[in-house]
Design a protein around this ligand. Structure first.
Ligand code: AMP
Length: 147
């Protein structure tokens, strides 16, 4: 297998994220790849914000719900040893933003969970299915327990 240059970990910040993250990180270490994390904000209202808007993690807002999401992403980044400039928070539809980011940033492997908080009843969640079918690069769907 060729060496991956840039691995993108897509996280929904659910309880299973850690398991997926560890697998992605171990691949990044193995291949000495650039490693980025993306979380797409789709669970809080963001009035007057266009899909695809990148949220600045270095700038505090007075929107509490947004600050909570930022903190969760930063905590995960810290736990994985990923600097803030490689953590990305984007407002939009997860499958679209993951694929757009991967194209723009020349990602050659996307790592995500087989399901997440939207797909607990499915063998393969809708984000995972869409990314697997649409991405230009390799995609690894980490099989997660169904319970
Ligand atoms: P789903 O297909 O929505 O059940 O989720 C499958 C996987 O896609 C999750 O385990 C995450 O790795 C990724 N994912 C889902 N939602 C998001 C999101 N909002 N931001 C980033 N990644 C996500």
């Amino acid at each position: 297998m060729n060496k991956y240059q840039h691995i993108l970990l897509a996280v929904d910040l659910s309880e299973y994220g850690e398991y997926v993250s560890e697998k992605a990180l171990s691949l990044a270490h193995k291949y000495q790849s650039k490693f980025s994390i993306i979380h797409v904000l789709d669970n809080i209202p963001m009035p007057d914000t266009n899909y695809g808007t990148v949220i600045d993690l270095n700038h505090d807002s007075d929107y509490d719900l947004l600050e909570v999401e930022k903190s969760k992403l930063k905590e995960l980044g810290k736990a994985l040893g990923v600097t803030v400039d490689h953590q990305h928070l984007v407002w939009g539809i997860p499958k679209q933003e993951i694929i757009t980011f991967a194209k723009q940033q020349h990602v050659d492997l996307i790592v995500l969970g087989s399901h997440g908080r939207h797909g607990l009843a499915l063998l393969l969640g809708s984000t995972a299915t869409a990314v697997l079918h649409t991405a230009d690069c390799d995609v690894m769907a980490v099989r997660l327990p169904m319970e």
